[in-house]
Design a protein around this ligand. Structure first.
Ligand code: ZN
Length: 469
């Protein structure tokens, strides 16, 4: 029930006697990510989708109690402002609660891909041709594909996605989900997406002769997304489709509109060659198509200039980045407050690409993306984390921090007070882990053999669907 609000000379004042509704989730255990300890016999208090309090015993101790925030024991208790409260109890039982996943790079519009995915040895340009052909085929239906992609994401515990949106996509395209195989308006979520969506409007302008067209379309997209509860952004596609002079225009618009950016950068050796020497397959491709414009490629512009330009945005995602060199990685690391490298391990392996150098594992600002079903077998963050773990980049807590948006500046993480109540309930054989095991051991065990029971976003169960639990 919403708190009564009265207007008093233009200032809103909450009335203390108004009733508050607080949801209490109890479970065997919760795992923290940052400073939050792991708790046994945990109770998490949620109001209006946010954690307001948490209590339990610090796991691995002799019942050492832990409590933070507001933790009312019963309806007779009063919270800080002395308001009567209505406690709604959710007994989740023998499950382990973890923060929910964040997928930092997807192309949801390709979620109905019906051809073989990328194959090792298939050239990147050949694969791009297949994607373009698919978009022009009868099987391609953007809105249905986006809905199917969102459904797949949330079924595997993802509550936030960062999507690359083709021109023509609207904010309303994200307000649907798939239920029992059918695509429906998502009425249960007030016409807003079932997961948090950041949608980056894709810009492709290799000859730099379409600036006013994409700028107008991008501005309309930004306004439309904001009306539909979608966070807008801009995606200058990649250096071979967005020369430096065009990127500068994109960044001017991003800064003016206050939106973040996502760019595929340093994905292939051919692209790195284009930037370093203005030669190679991408130069030939652009020339073949009559799109090579010498004036857009001043000889002094390097990969570092692309990074410096992207750093102007409020936040920037660098997608793939495999051919970034050490100095460029340092540039990224020094700007971890607003720049993030997004790695897509499933796509990387699908193409059979060269392994990342060891230095990448030291980067503090890494996130993972599932990419698209045209290049990856699943839209599943846990699968990406398993691969990243197998590459030796991280394990335990650190690996989950990468998969749950810790590097994406999303504020506190569940179950910390103030965090969004976005969490997952896992069933796992606790005896097999060892009840006093540390969080690292638990996290690794969940990735290895945990069974996902339920997905909660803002304190509401969004998967599996059915009666609210
Ligand atoms: Zn991509």
């Amino acid at each position: 029930m919403p708190r009564d609000v009265h207007s008093d000379g233009g200032q809103e004042v909450s009335v203390p006697s108004a009733q508050r509704t607080v949801h209490v989730f109890s479970a065997d255990r919760s795992l923290g990510i940052d400073a939050m300890p792991s708790l046994s016999s945990v109770r998490v208090f949620v109001e209006k989708g946010h954690v307001i309090g948490v209590e339990g015993s610090i796991a691995g101790t002799e019942d050492e109690p832990f409590a933070a925030g507001e933790v009312p024991a019963s309806a007779e208790d009063r919270l800080e402002n002395d308001a009567p409260i209505r406690l709604v109890r959710h007994v989740l039982g023998e499950v382990v609660l973890t923060p929910a996943f964040v997928d930092a790079h997807v192309h949801l519009e390709l979620s109905q891909w019906n051809a073989p995915p990328a194959a090792p040895g298939e050239s990147f340009s050949e694969w791009v041709r297949r994607v373009i052909a698919f978009r022009q085929s009868e099987a391609y239906d953007r809105r249905t594909a986006i809905a199917a992609g969102i459904a797949e994401c949330l079924a595997s515990g993802t509550v936030a996605v960062e999507d690359i949106a083709q021109p023509g996509t609207t904010g309303a395209d994200y307000g649907t989900t798939v239920q029992q195989g059918r695509c429906e308006r998502n009425a249960a979520f007030d016409d807003t997406p079932a997961v948090d969506v950041t949608a980056y409007f894709e810009i492709i302008d290799p000859a730099g002769d379409r600036i006013s067209q994409w700028a107008t379309a991008a501005e309309a997209f930004i306004d439309d997304c904001r009306r539909h509860g979608v966070q807008p952004g801009l995606s200058p596609h990649a250096p071979y489709t967005v020369p430096f002079a065009v990127l500068q225009k994109v960044m001017d618009l991003a800064c003016q509109k206050g939106v973040s950016v996502a760019m595929h950068l340093a994905e292939t050796a051919a692209e790195a060659e284009l930037l370093a020497q203005r030669t190679g397959p991408f130069r030939r491709l652009l020339e073949e198509r009559g799109l090579w414009n010498e004036s857009l490629w001043p000889p002094e512009v390097t990969m570092r200039d692309y990074l410096r330009e992207l750093a102007r945005a409020p936040a920037a995602r660098i997608i793939h980045g495999r051919y970034l060199r050490d100095a460029e990685l340092r540039f990224l690391a020094e700007r971890s407050d607003r720049m993030t490298l997004v790695v897509c391990p499933l796509t990387h392996e699908q193409f059979g690409r060269e392994a990342y150098p060891r230095t990448f594992a030291q980067l503090p600002n890494v996130a993972v993306g599932s990419d698209s079903l045209a290049s990856s077998p699943a839209l599943r963050v846990s699968a990406s984390l398993e691969r990243l773990g197998a590459w030796g980049w991280a394990a335990g807590k650190r690996l989950w921090a990468i998969g749950t948006g810790q590097t994406l500046d999303r504020g506190p993480t569940f179950p910390a007070v103030g965090a969004n109540a976005d969490f997952l309930a896992w069933r796992i054989d606790g005896e097999g882990v060892g009840l006093s095991a540390d969080a690292d051991t638990w996290y690794d065990a969940i990735l290895d053999r945990g069974e996902l029971q339920a997905v909660y976003r803002r304190g509401r169960r969004i998967f599996p669907r059915g009666k609210h639990t």
